[in-house]
Each structure stands twice: as structure tokens, then as C-alpha cells.
Design a protein around this ligand. Structure first.
Ligand code: MBD
Ligand code: FE
Length: 283
């Protein structure tokens, strides 16, 4: 475990995710939704709330507790965390209905754009004393017709062996365990990194308090976040998981898919190698 902090703090991770979301607002599409559609969606959401109130005979004290909690989520900067853990998977499932090639998964709250560009065979930026089992991830990026995609970008970000993400945990150097790997002439890549730890939703903020109050667990299985981009192709945002990993069958963010589980081989000296090929559809 890290000597600086032994558990993720909401104040760091959650609030920083909010700041980052605002800072990167210009990098994402935001819908300009027509009134009829706003009305249809919001009516449906509110009906779900109203139905739950009736079904569970919700009291005034419970209604006031809900308001206080909603205010705390905002004040703690945890809306990105809450939305990505409990809602994003449903949006991703809708996108997935029209996406061919590699299966997608949720982006989550910890993506940072514009990380260091690395050549196809590389080591992800890490501290001199980075902990964690060595892990190599290698593979090829191809079009869905099988054509290798040279110069494709494999944008990788991951937690460290304590479950922390750089940019969202004050003790980590900027850009740690993040990078944009550019595939070679044959569309191949080979990345030297370390095995990430499972991720625990910070337990000291409103999202963690809700999880605790509901008797759920706050864990995501260990994962690598990857966004693959290539000219003329539809980008895919996804995650890779590890066979046999804890929480694989009960991800709090419901973002695992069987097609995204890798089973790295071990050479006997603790060096593990996972292989994953990405397939992008033409745009
Ligand atoms: C994560 O690391 C993550 O991937 C998601 C989706 C939510 C919270 C933390
Ligand atoms: Fe993550």
C-alpha cells in the first residue's frame, strides 16, 4: 500500500473528477435536445421517481434525506463519479447496439486528454519505485475487415497497484500510468506496464455513503481503460479486465463484458503478458 494514503478519499478523487469534467467541457459533444424529447425523457425519469415513492410509501423524512444527499453529491463534486458508476453503463449499452468490432465499455470519470505519445513498443510512464506485478499488453489494431491499422492511437490509462489514478490522487506524479501509444506499420503495439489493483469508490463521500447505506459493495474489478482511435474509423472506448479477478462478477459500475476479459500468461518469473487485438469499424 502507499505510504501516503491507505484509502481513496472522496475529497481528492470525486472533486477532482468534477473539476476535470468542467475543464474538459470543450472536448466532448453535448446534446442540444429538442423540447419534445426533453419532455419525454424527463417525464419518464420523474415517473420512475414518483412510482418508487408510491411503491415504497416514502415518508417526508426520507424525502428530506434524499434532498440533503443530492446536495452533498454536488457540493462534494461527485456527480461525475455517481453518473459514471451508476448510469453510464446504460448509455454505453445503447451505443453498443450500433457498434461493430471491439466491444466498448464506459469511459468513467478519470480520462485525461493529451497524454504523452509513445512509440508502438514502449513503457508507460511510471515512478522509479512503482509497485505492482509487471504486465505487458500487446496486440494489433485492425479494421473489422482485418486490415492492420498503422498509426492508430491506443490511449491507455489505469490505476496503480494501490488503486489510484494520476491526476486524481495528489501523491501521484502527473501523467503516471497514462499514455497514447501509436501502432507500428503492422498496426501492432506492445506496452510495458504494471498490474492495476481493483478500484474502490471513495468511502468517505456521498456516493460511498449511499453504497454503504444500501449495503452494497464499493468495488470495481481491476481494469485497464483504453480508447482506440484511427483515421477514418469510429473510435472505441473500452476497458480490459483480468480472468479470475476479484469483483469481476459484481462490478459496482456494471461495466464488464465477457469479451473484454484477458488472461495474461506468466513466464514463471512474475512477468505477465496479455494479448488483445482491437477492431474498429469504418466511419
Ligand atoms: C473508476 O476507475 C472507473 O473506471 C469508473 C467507471 C468509476 C469510478 C472509478
Ligand atoms: Fe477506472
Amino acid at each position: 500500500m502507499s505510504t501516503i494514503e491507505s484509502s481513496p478519499t472522496a475529497a481528492g478523487a470525486g472533486a477532482n473528477a468534477s473539476e476535470n469534467f468542467k475543464a474538459t467541457a470543450g472536448t466532448r459533444d453535448v446534446a442540444d435536445t429538442p423540447p419534445e424529447r426533453v419532455a419525454a425523457i424527463v417525464t419518464s425519469v420523474l415517473k420512475g421517481v414518483h412510482d418508487a415513492i408510491a411503491a415504497h410509501d416514502v415518508s417526508y423524512p426520507e424525502f428530506q434525506a434524499a434532498k440533503a444527499w443530492l446536495m452533498a453529491v454536488g457540493e462534494g463534486g461527485e456527480w461525475p463519479l455517481f453518473m459514471d458508476v451508476f448510469v453510464e453503463h446504460a448509455v454505453e449499452a445503447q451505443v453498443a447496439t450500433s457498434q461493430r468490432g471491439t466491444k466498448g465499455s464506459i469511459l468513467g470519470p478519470y480520462y485525461l486528454p493529451d497524454q504523452v505519445r509513445l512509440s508502438a513498443t514502449c513503457r508507460l510512464p511510471r515512478r522509479d519505485d512503482e509497485q505492482g506485478l509487471p504486465l505487458v499488453l500487446a496486440g494489433q489494431v485492425r479494421d473489422i475487415d482485418g486490415t492492420p491499422l498503422a498509426g492508430a492511437e491506443v490511449d491507455l490509462w489505469q490505476a496503480d497497484a494501490d488503486g489510484y489514478y494520476s491526476g486524481f490522487a495528489p501523491h501521484l506524479p502527473e501523467g503516471n500510468l497514462r499514455g497514447v501509444i501509436v501502432t507500428d506499420d503492422e498496426g501492432r503495439y506492445e506496452i510495458d506496464t504494471i498490474q492495476p489493483a481493483p478500484y474502490q469508490i471513495p468511502t468517505d463521500g456521498p456516493t460511498g455513503q449511499l453504497i454503504e447505506a444500501a449495503g452494497w459493495h464499493p468495488w470495481r474489478p481491476a481494469h485497464l481503460h483504453i480508447q482506440v482511435r484511427a483515421a477514418g474509423h469510429r473510435p472505441v472506448t473500452t476497458q480490459l479486465y483480468f480472468a479470475g479477478g476479484e469483483w469481476l462478477d459484481s462490478d459496482v459500475a456494471e461495466a464488464t463484458k465477457p469479451e473484454l476479459i484477458i488472461d495474461p500468461t506468466d513466464d514463471g518469473n512474475g512477468n505477465r503478458r496479455g494479448v488483445y487485438d482491437f477492431e474498429l469499424e469504418p466511419q
